[in-house]
Design a protein around this ligand. Structure first.
Ligand SMILES: C[S@@+](CC[C@H](N)C(=O)[O-])C[C@H]1O[C@@H](n2cnc3c(N)ncnc32)[C@H](O)[C@@H]1O
Length: 251
């Protein structure tokens, strides 16, 4: 591996731009460094399918942070009679979804909003959406922004509408959480040094510090309490895979 080349490169890593640079361009690598993320995307689709079971009508889904479309595809496959508005504020990510999911766009089942989640939700009518789904997006929000987003999700959902989120939900046991993240980071090094992708490794490690910072951490019990406080019922955290878990809640 060419460490000198890597050292000499002036990496301009800014939290705000995380997904606009190399992480966004090589987002598919996440499947290798974090296989659980692929499973979580699949589980979001399964949860959407379950939530649609009793509903024979057309289902409207808003996806927050649709990114390159991995979870979007999983949701699209959940039910034929379902349409998605996918929101993301990074064109590097969203443009990949626009390309790979063009067939669903042409069918009229998928449309995109290029904006931040809060602004997009605020533009929507109250009680108008069956499902708000997301994967690996809410943990990127700082606490105040996330609280505002959750209030908006609750407002736009129909009565009995579902919130479904596959994401990093930090374990309440701090020591176990630290061990889990250490194990995760070892995996990033193992995979990305073998592939000689040191720039990408640097960006992901910097990103993990962002995820683990006090103003972003989505700790399991606090996250569940926050959903209760927002007004949600039937809140369930399931399918824990290390730091990842699926959360579902009903309006
Ligand atoms: C880790 S990626 C997850 C992408 C996708 N959900 C998946 O499952 O692969 C997080 C995505 O959230 C987007 N994002 C982060 N903050 C956002 C915000 N405030 N509003 C909208 N999208 C946001 C990022 O641009 C990125 O595409």
């Amino acid at each position: 591996m060419n460490i000198n080349k890597h050292k000499n490169k002036k990496a301009k890593i800014q939290t705000k731009d995380m997904f606009s640079g190399i992480m966004g361009q090589e987002y598919e690598m996440l499947k290798l460094i974090c296989p659980h993320s692929t499973e979580m995307s699949r589980l979001v689709g399964v949860a959407v399918k379950d939530s649609c079971k009793k509903n024979t009508n057309h289902i409207s889904v808003v996806e927050l942070g649709g990114g390159t479309g991995i979870t979007t595809l999983s949701i699209l496959l959940a039910k034929d009679d379902l349409s998605i508005i996918s929101v993301d504020n990074e064109s590097t990510m969203q443009n990949q979804a626009k390309t790979s999911l063009v067939n669903w766009v042409e069918e009229g089942r998928l449309s995109f909003i290029a904006d931040d989640a809060l602004t997009a939700l605020k533009s929507m009518e109250p009680n108008s959406v069956d499902v708000v789904a997301s994967a690996y997006t809410l943990h990127n929000f700082n606490h105040n922004y996330r609280a505002d987003v959750l209030h908006e999700i609750f407002r736009v959902l129909k009565h009995e509408g579902q919130f479904i989120n596959g994401d990093r939900y930090v374990l309440d046991d701090i020591s176990r959480h630290t061990q889990t993240v250490q194990h995760e980071i070892s995996g990033y090094f193992r995979v990305l040094t073998q592939l000689n992708k040191l720039d990408l490794l640097e960006h992901w490690i910097v990103h993990i510090f962002n995820d683990e910072s006090e103003n972003h951490l989505m700790r399991e019990s606090l996250a569940i309490q926050q959903l209760k406080d927002t007004g949600f019922t039937e809140i369930k955290l399931s399918n824990r895979l290390e730091v990842n878990a699926l959360v579902t809640a009903k309006k």
